[in-house]
Design a protein around this ligand. Structure first.
Ligand SMILES: [Zn+2]
Length: 479
């Protein structure tokens, strides 16, 4: 019966597009995770990642933005590309030594000219995710708007227009930059959390999810200080109150048990699903350290995880089971958002914890696609696993430019050093599997390679750009 219906649909749609394009699209983003983040996780666990096994397309992706300034320079062209920010292997792998500190007063040594370039031109999560979701490169801080702040259509909206269900979930607040751009919000200012929350909650998404719950703290305990700054940072009190009303458009789900019941199929939701886990801001990455342990000094998992907390893999499956009920197909964005938070804090062990949680989610999504009960299969579903941008994380030897993190064996922390507390412009790992993955592979037609004056070789090989991914994703929704 299903084959018959598919044949009928193919006969009426444009055959060229319908035949090679996926019906379902899942994009999974590990925020901030570069090649060294993945290597560190493999070394610590002693195990391959989910994307290391099976028929994945493997490449890298460039993450540069249109410009670093949020505002258009006076009299300037809002669509002009900053020529210095463009990905250029000779700048990205520049090994010329630089004396002094990264900036006046900085605690990070400058070390190499390439490091200085990365520190200067790195993009953020807003413009990188917007480029992936809309095909349009834009400025730092922009959510699905172009260089002149005009809203541009995202894949979430295109999928909705094609009659599909859509969702966007994360391990950080549900309206943080990446899930906001993934969920088709439009805002020139990623920090306008209240505006973005209003737009997402009044929009047409079928699933939202993440942390940022106003009633709980970072350890999942009820907030006792009613005026705590974090409490209504992400959404205003009236919006939270409205979300809780029985006649809300949304089915608000907060407890780990209720999210797990959805993931296990014990319950379903008639209404759109708002999984706002009982924690604020992130699921696990911001949980308190005991007084006798300094941040970043305990091995992954050594500080016990907050018990009874929702997990990203369970949220992902709960979300997919909900959007997977649509016979027309779905678009789903799933973000491991807190990898980036741990990296900003230079907390290497928690970075590994968060990437492990993300990899658990990828493994669960693959198993769901492959399970006969799910609405999806590799024949009709595209799964993309990548990052929005990288950080400046390298190996332990500061004299060796761009040294990779080093393997000390499973269960031992890899050798590492942080060269900055924020982003870089490095290429990020890119994986795709399922329907349309081979077409995406053809987009990765640029080569990252560089040989310095001492004949040392650098580079991540074949890569595509974020607008190329975004344009392809939008094309999957054309009829
Ligand atoms: Zn960041």
């Amino acid at each position: 019966m299903r084959a018959f219906v598919t044949a009928l649909l193919l006969a009426t749609a444009t055959p060229a597009i319908a035949a090679d394009m996926p019906k379902n699209v899942i994009v999974m983003i590990a925020d901030g995770s570069g090649h060294n983040t993945l290597a560190a996780t493999r070394f610590w666990t002693g195990q391959p990642l989910t994307m290391d096994k099976g028929p994945w397309v493997r490449a890298s992706m460039a993450t540069y933005g249109l410009r670093l300034e949020r505002k258009v320079p006076e009299g300037g062209d809002p669509y002009a590309q900053d020529p210095d920010a463009v990905y250029d292997p000779a700048k990205a792998w520049d090994t010329r030594p630089v004396k002094g500190m990264a900036k006046p007063g900085s605690t990070y040594p400058a070390l190499f000219a390439g490091y200085q370039w990365h520190r200067r031109v790195a993009p953020d999560s807003a413009n990188t995710m917007s480029a992936m979701m809309t095909g349009v490169r834009t400025f730092d801080g922009a959510i699905d708007v172009d260089g002149a702040e005009k809203p541009v259509q995202s894949i979430a909206e295109a999928a909705k227009a094609a009659g599909k269900m859509t969702g966007s979930i994360t391990s950080v607040p549900f309206n943080h930059a990446t899930p906001a751009a993934g969920g088709g919000a439009h805002n020139p200012d990623r920090d306008d959390y209240h505006g973005i929350a209003r737009e997402m909650l009044s929009g047409s998404l079928d699933v939202i999810g993440g942390g940022g719950n106003p009633d709980y703290d970072q350890d999942g305990k009820p907030i006792t200080d009613e005026h705590a700054e974090i409490r209504f940072k992400w959404m205003p009190p009236e919006l939270w109150a409205k979300l809780k009303e029985p006649d809300s458009r949304w089915n608000l789900v907060e407890t780990a048990g209720d999210i797990r019941d959805l993931a296990e199929g014990k319950t379903t939701s008639a209404k759109p699903l708002a999984m706002i886990a009982a924690v604020n801001p992130t699921l696990q990455a911001q949980r308190s350290y005991p007084a006798n342990i300094a941040r970043g000094t305990a091995d992954p998992g050594a500080v016990p995880f907050t018990p009874g907390m929702a997990k990203l893999d369970e949220m992902a499956i709960a979300a997919l089971k909900h959007v997977g009920t649509d016979p027309d197909g779905f678009f789903m964005m799933i973000e491991g958002g807190a990898v980036d938070w741990a990296m900003h804090a230079n907390d290497f062990p928690r970075m590994i914890e968060e990437y492990m949680a993300f990899d658990d989610a990828v493994r669960a999504v693959v198993a769901w696609i492959e399970s006969p009960e799910s609405a999806a299969s590799w024949d009709d579903t595209l799964l993309v696993v990548t990052a929005d941008h990288d950080h400046l994380l390298y190996g332990p030897n500061l004299d060796e430019p761009f040294q990779r993190v080093t393997n000390n064996g499973a269960g031992k922390l890899p050798g590492y050093s942080w060269a900055w507390s924020s982003h870089s412009n490095h290429l990020v790992p890119f994986f795709a599997r399922g329907k349309g993955a081979e077409l995406l592979k053809a987009e990765a037609d640029q080569i990252d390679e560089y040989t310095d004056s001492q004949d040392r070789k650098f580079g991540y090989g074949r890569y595509l750009t974020q607008p190329e991914l975004g344009a392809f994703l939008l094309k999957t929704q054309e009829k």
